[in-house]
Design a protein around this ligand. Structure first.
Ligand SMILES: Nc1ncnc2c1ncn2[C@@H]1O[C@H](COP(=O)(O)OP(=O)(O)OP(=O)(O)O)[C@@H](O)[C@H]1O
Ligand SMILES: [Mg+2]
Length: 207
């Protein structure tokens, strides 16, 4: 799934609301796997299977790459942690040689890989990813989206991707939501939205 929308549309706020960091208006409802999650703490929501890769990729800068992954794995049984962490190194082999390096000293692209890796390690079912391409060189962005595509294809994970660059996010998406001023202006399967003239003009006109 992808969320599109101009700056300030409320995309980040939507993800922060789903993960319990922002309280919605009274009466609002967010259901995940049939359960109401409004009012749950961020901890409970994460434990319930929703991971959040925030805007600006937050990793623990003073910890090593491996420690960042270990911390993210504490919610799953000890017996599965090693395998899960290794699966992140398989997806992002760039991180292998950086295992013992402080996360704060990684390049932006490597930090984004680590931030996504932390979500994968937690054995969540839904990953909220906020603008993974932000501030990264196009070649690095291509690299990261290639792995996101692999994840969508090969795993049972659901991604909810906020991305200004629709050309990147649409190939990964089955459904699109267009946010405008805090509300959904349009939604539908990619096949329908892609043919919409307004969306074409807004997101595909150039290049
Ligand atoms: N549903 C809403 N109702 C009222 N205010 C909202 C709503 N959603 C977001 N806002 C406010 O709008 C502002 C911008 O929201 P937000 O940062 O979520 O936008 P964004 O789409 O992520 O923008 P950007 O593309 O710049 O990252 C914030 O001040 C937020 O508090
Ligand atoms: Mg945002």
């Amino acid at each position: 799934m992808s969320v599109l929308g101009p700056n300030g549309a409320g995309k980040t706020t939507l993800l922060r609301t789903i993960s319990g960091l922002v309280r919605p208006e009274a009466g609002a409802s967010i259901r995940f796997q049939g359960k109401e999650i409004v009012g749950c703490t961020p901890y409970r929501i994460a434990k319930g299977g929703i991971a959040h890769v925030p805007e600006g990729r937050q990793v623990f800068p003073a910890m090593s790459v491996n420690e960042n992954l270990e911390v993210a794995s504490v919610r799953i049984p000890r017996s599965r942690r090693r395998e899960r962490i290794d699966s992140v190194y398989d997806l992002f082999s760039e991180l292998v040689s950086r295992k013992d390096q402080q996360a704060g000293s990684l390049s932006g692209g490597e930090q984004q890989m680590l931030a996504i890796g932390r979500a994968i390690v937690s054995e969540c079912e839904l990953v909220l990813i906020d603008e993974p391409s932000m501030g990264l060189a196009p070649i690095v962005v291509q690299r990261i989206f290639k792995t996101l595509k692999d994840i969508v294809r090969d795993t049972a994970l659901t991604l909810l991707l906020v991305e200004q660059n629709a050309k990147l996010s649409l190939p990964l998406s089955d459904r699109i939501y267009v946010l405008s001023q805090g509300a959904i202006a349009m939604e539908g399967p990619v096949s329908e939205i892609h043919g919409n003239q307004m969306i074409q003009d807004m997101y595909f006109a150039k290049g």
